[in-house]
Design a protein around this ligand. Structure first.
Ligand SMILES: NC(=O)c1ccc[n+]([C@@H]2O[C@H](COP(=O)([O-])OP(=O)(O)OC[C@H]3O[C@@H](n4cnc5c(N)ncnc54)[C@H](O)[C@@H]3O)[C@@H](O)[C@H]2O)c1
Ligand SMILES: C[N+](C)(C)CC=O
Length: 502
């Protein structure tokens, strides 16, 4: 069969790393990358070893020095060029992402464009402000805080949004003056490799990619010449990463799992809220950190809402992300098996299946699972862990107090949604829900200008906004006196003896 230009690129980059501005064949063991829609091997990746990590880290140090020596305006202009190049790569990288992890192509394509937007945002933000001047504690002097880069940032990203999440971290880290080494998920290594031409105009080594798994990540984190870690992924991996970074007190950003509530109150338009809930639960086959994982619906509209949500779920087209579909496969056999287990357990605990709950008939290969709506009770296991699949468990509540209490009964705290036309209800949800994000009638939106992140087991730190830039800078206290003049306050104190006697 004829290969597309993207497949040719994937085959050429298979088993490579991107180091010092060049694709280099990896020396470590090779592992298969499998298309989740067809179960065919589409490429391989190599596990980067200690020697390869050391070479990349040295190259990053040299590039970072050149990068920080430029003016802020030059860095901004170069980051704008990166954004433009990213947009030209959207078709190729998007196709690669769909072939590696299955999401519908239009979502993959969107992801590359959204990443370009973050580069534009940080190109400007970083040149507008590089510290602040304080009122001096000594007359006539200049007392200030200067912002400096940390050095080399290690970026460890998951499979579900590899381009956007690496893009958010890289845009902020580079704008702050750092170098960055990306370590993609084992499921999506080629996508980041194919993204690298976007960084052509920057010093070689400033942006690099080493493929591999947890061991490659650990080597990067523990290397004494890397200076910070930006991690996105599961709680267990986040804890391991934070522990490894802690050995050298490296600053670490952890964006880990979520279990987001989605509340629907009686004043909400039921059909619109149901469509929004379907979007929030089934986008990217439910593999979004901010997926609606627990839907709490007021009893007054419960039956109508469940019926509408079921209709929405049943209307979704499931299939290969390269076709005209709404929902692709889960990213791996392990993910599909895990989701099957969650549903089986929920049903065993008394959940009522309204639709889905099985693999779609007619798709012989691929790790597909039907969009599934279940009626559940809050006590069931399905409501207390992250499902990360195309599941919409709906639970009836009697009032907002109960909805907020159940929403907060979670170890996680990333996002939360509420649908209501009642301003007082909106304001209570915003104030009282224990999460890093609250969306009122506007599910799952992002904005480069406002910080994204969670609380509780979801992690620490923020991406995007000025807060996202601060993750990758340190403050230096600077005091300048215009002239070197002897200060009577300096040693020796003239009345030292008097102090000692007093
Ligand atoms: N909070 C957020 O912003 C956010 C965004 C996207 C995804 N996620 C979460 O990511 C998870 C799904 O992604 P996943 O299955 O790829 O996660 P994962 O934790 O299995 O892997 C994430 C990355 O960490 C690496 N890794 C794993 N163990 C490591 C270790 N001990 N040391 C260093 N690196 C290690 C992996 O190789 C991969 O690159 C979900 O829980 C989801 O909620 C969170
Ligand atoms: C990156 N984002 C926020 C779109 C989805 C995270 O999984």
């Amino acid at each position: 069969m004829t290969m597309t230009p993207t497949q040719i690129q994937m085959s050429e980059r298979s088993g490579h790393h991107f180091v010092s501005g060049q694709y280099r064949p990896g020396a470590g063991p090779r592992r298969a990358v499998i298309d989740p829609a067809s179960e065919a091997v589409v490429a391989h990746y190599a596990e980067a070893n200690a020697e390869e990590v050391a070479i990349a880290v040295e190259s990053a140090a040299q590039a970072q020095r050149q990068w920080w020596a430029l003016s802020a305006l030059d860095r901004a202009n170069l980051l704008h060029e990166v954004a433009a190049r990213l947009e030209t790569l959207a078709a190729t990288v998007g196709e690669c992402l769909t072939r590696e992890m299955g999401k519908p192509y239009r979502e993959s394509h969107w992801e590359v464009g959204a990443s370009a937007s973050a580069f534009r945002h940080y190109a400007e933000l970083a040149r507008h402000e590089n510290g602040r001047v304080a009122g001096p504690a000594i007359a006539g002097q200049l007392h200030m805080t200067l912002k400096e880069p940390l050095g080399t940032v290690v970026s460890i990203v998951p499979f579900n949004y590899p381009v956007l999440l690496f893009g958010w971290q890289a845009a902020a880290a580079l704008a702050a003056g750092n170098a960055i080494i990306g370590k993609p998920s084992e499921l999506t290594p080629l996508t980041l490799l194919l993204l690298m031409p976007a960084f052509e105009g920057l010093p070689a080594g400033l942006v690099q990619v080493l493929t591999g798994g947890a061991e490659t990540g650990r080597l990067l984190i523990e290397d004494e010449h890397t200076h910070a870690v930006a991690f996105t992924g599961s709680v267990a991996a986040g804890q391991a990463v934070a522990q490894a970074a802690g050995k050298r007190f490296k600053p670490v950003l952890v964006e880990a799992s979520g279990n987001d509530p989605f509340i629907v109150m009686p004043s909400a338009p039921v059909e619109i809220a149901a469509r929004a809930a379907a979007y929030a639960a089934f986008l990217n086959c439910g593999q979004v950190c901010t997926s609606a994982e627990r839907i709490y619906v007021h009893e007054a509209i419960y039956d109508d809402f469940v019926a509408a949500l079921t209709r929405e779920a049943q209307a979704l087209r499931v299939g290969s992300g390269l076709g005209r579909v709404d929902v692709g496969p889960l990213a791996s056999a392990r993910e599909r098996d895990r989701v099957e287990h969650i549903v089986a357990r929920a049903v065993a605990q008394g959940a009522r299946l309204r639709c889905g709950g099985r693999r779609p008939p007619g798709l012989a290969a691929g790790w597909f699972y039907q969009p599934t709506v279940l009626e559940v009770r809050h006590e069931m296991d399905i409501m207390h862990g992250e499902c990360f699949g195309p599941l919409a468990p709906v639970c009836m509540v009697t009032n907002l107090d109960e909805a907020i209490a159940l929403a907060n009964d979670s170890e996680y705290g990333l996002g939360a949604n509420i649908f209501t036309r009642d301003l007082a209800e909106s304001m209570r949800a915003v104030r009282e829900i224990e999460s890093g994000i609250v969306w009122v009638n506007t599910p799952l939106n992002d904005n480069d200008c406002v910080p994204f992140g969670g609380r509780k087991l979801t992690g620490m730190g923020r991406e995007l906004g000025i807060e996202g830039l601060e993750q990758f800078r340190r403050s230096k206290m600077v005091m300048i006196a215009p002239e070197a003049e002897a200060d009577p306050e300096w040693f020796p104190y003239p009345d030292q003896d008097a102090f000692a006697q007093a």
